[in-house]
Design a protein around this ligand. Structure first.
Ligand SMILES: Nc1ncnc2c1ncn2[C@@H]1O[C@H](COP(=O)(O)OP(=O)(O)OP(=O)(O)O)[C@@H](O)[C@H]1O
Length: 312
């Protein structure tokens, strides 16, 4: 069963230079138990997509359709969304959040504070203990202050906080960035085991290699658009968009192949898209690319590239 349907999602910020088109006309679907990876270069709209889903765009607005278990969450009042959805059904691990744990409170005090904010009046000890267990942290950690924890432990605490109210869907924005590779692997394994228990993730990262482990589906973002969406198997084995191909070729391999890089820089998001966003950097660009490509259907999703027009 599909639990998340996103259709024509566009999110804008206002800035002194005019609107920033951070997410433009994004579509995707996720079924129960499925997880999704979002990859793309810096500033291509990945975090904005996640923030749109949890309705936490500061200084921004989102339009389009987001159906969560069949209910349109963009049409709902803020108080209904806050009471029933945010943190309870959909939660988010914010980018760099492990550095924002409050240094003067113990881990337990920070958990209790979250529950207070949600006016939780049930068995808070059990809820906190469940969250700690789900991230394999010993309960002795609850008495510690953030400075007494390693980076990996802090990140687990942050993930435990996002799981506290037992959400179905967790958006994890760069949860492994700034961690060493062994700790990165631990965090990915943790997400994998939570996924086995039925939780769905949206894992946002620059790093396509990290996604392969837990994503059933992958969305590749470029210049605010999801330029390709499909099953992770298809994206890895048969990437269609020249940007996806370039991104995959830029992953270093142990075989010693020199990783390629994509020349040039991404477009400014201050201009609304009128042509293919990748045209300036695309080795396969044709005249038609001066028109904005629609989403062409692929075996498992879609690609925004004129090269696939005839495969409609
Ligand atoms: N609050 C804001 N106000 C104005 N512009 C913003 C705001 N937040 C983000 N942006 C702009 O929106 C665009 C997309 O940013 P976003 O953080 O979503 O990208 P990202 O792909 O997550 O980047 P990174 O990988 O570096 O985290 C960028 O141009 C950014 O400068």
């Amino acid at each position: 069963m599909t639990f998340l349907t996103v259709n024509g999602l566009s999110s804008k910020y206002s800035s002194s230079k005019g609107p920033v088109y951070a997410v433009d006309d994004v579509d995707f679907e996720l079924n129960d138990g499925e997880s999704m990876g979002i990859a793309g270069e810096s500033a291509c709209g990945k975090s904005t997509l996640g923030l749109s889903l949890i309705r936490m765009l500061s200084g921004g607005t989102a339009e389009g359709k987001i159906l969560f278990d069949g209910v349109s969450i963009l049409d709902m009042t803020e108080s209904k969304f806050d009471d029933e959805y945010r943190w309870k059904k959909i939660s988010m691990v914010f980018q760099g959040a492990m550095n924002s744990l409050d240094p003067v409170f113990t881990v337990n005090e920070q958990f209790v504070e979250i529950l207070k904010e949600h006016s939780f009046d049930g068995d808070s000890k059990k809820l906190i203990s469940d969250a700690m267990n789900s991230v394999s942290l010993d309960e002795s950690v609850l008495k510690k202050y953030p400075h007494e924890l390693s980076g990996g432990m802090k990140q687990r605490v942050i993930i435990a906080m996002s799981l506290l109210l037992k959400p179905k869907f967790v958006i994890a924005d760069e949860p492994t960035t700034a961690l060493d590779v062994l700790i990165q692997a631990q965090i990915i394994n943790l997400l994998k085991s939570l996924k086995k228990e039925g939780m769905s993730f949206m894992l946002i990262t620059h790093d396509l290699a990290v996604l392969s482990e837990i994503s059933d589906k992958i969305g590749i973002m470029y210049g605010g658009q999801m330029v390709e969406f499909g099953s992770s198997e298809q994206i890895y084995k048969n990437p269609k968009h020249p940007y996806t191909q370039g991104l995959l070729e830029s992953i270093p391999t142990l075989k010693g192949n020199t990783p390629k890089y994509i020349k040039g820089t991404p477009p400014s998001l201050l201009d609304a898209p009128t042509q293919c966003r990748f045209i300036e950097r695309c080795p396969l660009a044709i005249d038609k690319c001066k028109e904005l490509p629609p989403k062409f259907k692929t075996e498992t999703g879609y690609v925004r590239c004129w090269l696939y027009e005839d495969e409609k």
